[in-house]
Design a protein around this ligand. Structure first.
Ligand code: 0O2
Length: 233
């Protein structure tokens, strides 16, 4: 096994149905890493700039932290199969058109109201194209999951071309993120199966945390209204 085709070899072992050459497979993998990796870095920088400018203009940083992740090829293939894409390893163009969270950014904000503020500011930027929004804050999922999912395309400039690359941004408050991380771990450790009782308890926890978010937001307004430097906020 040559080093150059190390990843292509690994993928071919799991996906022997791949019809192209190792060079073609490696080139596609490199393309995904370069394009989507670049889009992730650009998006992280954009969000960091917004947070810094908020700090300068409002003496407040809405973003608590940012995480980025590139979906693994295995995970992309699994999702493509779940989406009904036939023979995904041989239909990578279709996979890239339909799987919109290959590049994912999680923006954890201090307060629930910051999520919509930050997403609106981001969407007003002229090089950002909105693809779709799923507002699980206003319409939580059956599990109790809350988050604001925004998929956008942003330009990545290569040597001789510009490519619009989709990125999914999940805006969450600290409490939404805490719930989602714990619930995800519990579900994962139980191989996706949780008893009805546990599912209901987790839903109750999500509701309790939502109440905490609302109370914290009220406290924030109470505290900040006495401070003139926040008056335009
Ligand atoms: P990862 O590694 O977190 O990205 P899908 O539901 O995946 O078929 P779609 O349209 O992308 O398709 O769904 P959605 O619900 O808009 O976004 C899916 C992502 O939201 C998940 O990513 C999770 O990150 C998160 N999510 C959605 N529902 C829940 C939930 O009930 N609990 C938790 N903890 N997270 C949730 P992936 O793909 O699972 O993986």
């Amino acid at each position: 096994m040559s080093f150059r085709y190390y990843y292509a070899d690994q993928i071919r072992q799991k996906r022997p149905e791949y019809k192209g050459t190792d060079e073609q497979l490696q080139s596609t993998i490199d393309d995904i890493s370069i394009l989507y990796g670049a889009a992730l870095r650009e998006m992280e920088t954009k969000l960091q700039i917004l947070s810094d400018d908020f700090d300068k203009t409002h003496a407040y940083m809405p973003i608590h932290h940012i995480q980025t992740r590139l979906k693994s090829i295995d995970s992309i293939m699994e999702k493509a199969t779940r989406y009904g894409i036939k023979d995904p390893i041989n239909n990578l163009d279709q996979v890239r058109r339909e799987i919109l969270d290959i590049a994912g950014v999680r923006v954890v904000c201090n307060y629930e109201e910051d999520l919509h503020t930050m997403s609106s500011i981001l969407l007003s930027q002229e090089d950002i194209e909105l693809i779709r929004i799923k507002d699980y804050c206003r319409n939580p999922k059956e599990s109790g999951y809350r988050s604001l999912h925004v998929v956008v395309a942003l330009p990545v400039y290569l040597v001789n071309k510009k490519k619009m690359v989709p990125v999914e941004i999940q805006f969450r408050s600290i409490t939404m993120d805490a719930w989602a991380c714990l619930e995800h771990e519990l579900r994962y450790k139980n191989k996706g199966k949780l008893s009805e009782e546990t599912v209901n308890t987790l839903k109750e926890c999500a509701e309790t945390l939502h109440n905490v978010d609302e109370k914290m937001s009220r406290v924030r307004h109470e505290v900040l209204k006495y401070d003139s430097k926040y008056s335009d906020y």
